[in-house]
Design a protein around this ligand. Structure first.
Ligand SMILES: [Fe+2]
Length: 242
């Protein structure tokens, strides 16, 4: 099982603020049967640059790895595989931004893209639509459920784009949205799921419970098949030729 979206690397963004919390979060993933976790710290182009971001991400990851080597998960199993990536906040000119490829999920051309929360314009959608043709990178739009109240026409245009969409676990877990989440998953709109975990209280590691809700509605077979598809997509967009 893959958690495609999380903020557990210590001290790099508004996610985990300590190695101990990062280890607790990793332990929760282990106990929930999640074996691959994508580390996707926030990237804001207006206050960061790819080089600095990658250096800080590497430092945070290396510090955490030392402790992962010293301890084992509480269930006696293995720590999840960690794939380094980022969550890039949309900005005007993103499709022409140099260094965007360095922010992709490592070894792939998949770019986790966070859309703005302000009201969308058709120009924004147009810019997302050309990211692939101009950069060769494939956007994965983060937590699509957060944008469903944007202007209807633009949401439709956005969902019609030939990109991938990710949803957060809470979309499946909250009673007011769960039915819609399952419907969007069943229709094939949502391809990736993630906890978007930042800590262990307000924004916890909760993909396991969400997968149980999905299994209950659509069957374990569905979860297994979509998981395989997620790994296939990561493989398909792999840029690791050697
Ligand atoms: Fe996030």
């Amino acid at each position: 099982m893959i958690d495609f979206h999380s903020h557990f690397l210590p001290g790099i963004d508004d996610g985990s603020d300590s190695i101990s919390l990062s280890l607790t979060m990793l332990d929760a993933w282990c106990n929930q049967g999640i074996d691959t976790v994508c580390a996707t710290p926030h990237f804001y182009a207006e206050r960061n640059n790819p080089e600095r971001f990658i250096r800080r991400r590497e430092e945070a990851y290396n510090a955490l790895r030392e402790y992962m080597a010293r301890y084992t998960p509480s269930n006696g199993g293995q720590w999840p595989d960690i794939r380094l990536g980022s969550e890039v906040h949309f900005f005007d000119g993103i499709s022409r931004f140099e260094g965007l490829h360095e922010l992709c999920l490592e070894g792939t051309n998949l770019l986790l893209l966070e859309m703005p929360f302000r009201t969308w314009t058709s120009r924004m959608i147009d810019e997302v639509s050309v990211i692939y043709s101009t950069t060769g990178l494939m956007p994965v739009a983060a937590h699509i459920e957060r944008y469903l109240d944007q202007p209807r026409k633009l949401v439709k245009e956005f969902l019609d784009l030939d990109i991938f969409f990710q949803s957060n676990a809470e979309f499946f877990l909250e009673s007011g949205t769960s039915r819609k989440a399952i419907k969007m998953l069943k229709k094939g709109v949502i391809t990736f799921w993630g906890s978007d975990a930042h800590n262990m209280d307000r924004r916890p590691v909760n993909l396991g419970p969400a997968l149980r809700v999905i299994s209950k509605s659509l069957g374990e077979d569905f979860v297994g098949k979509l998981t395989n598809r997620q790994y296939d997509i990561i493989e398909q967009f792999s840029n690791d030729f050697f």
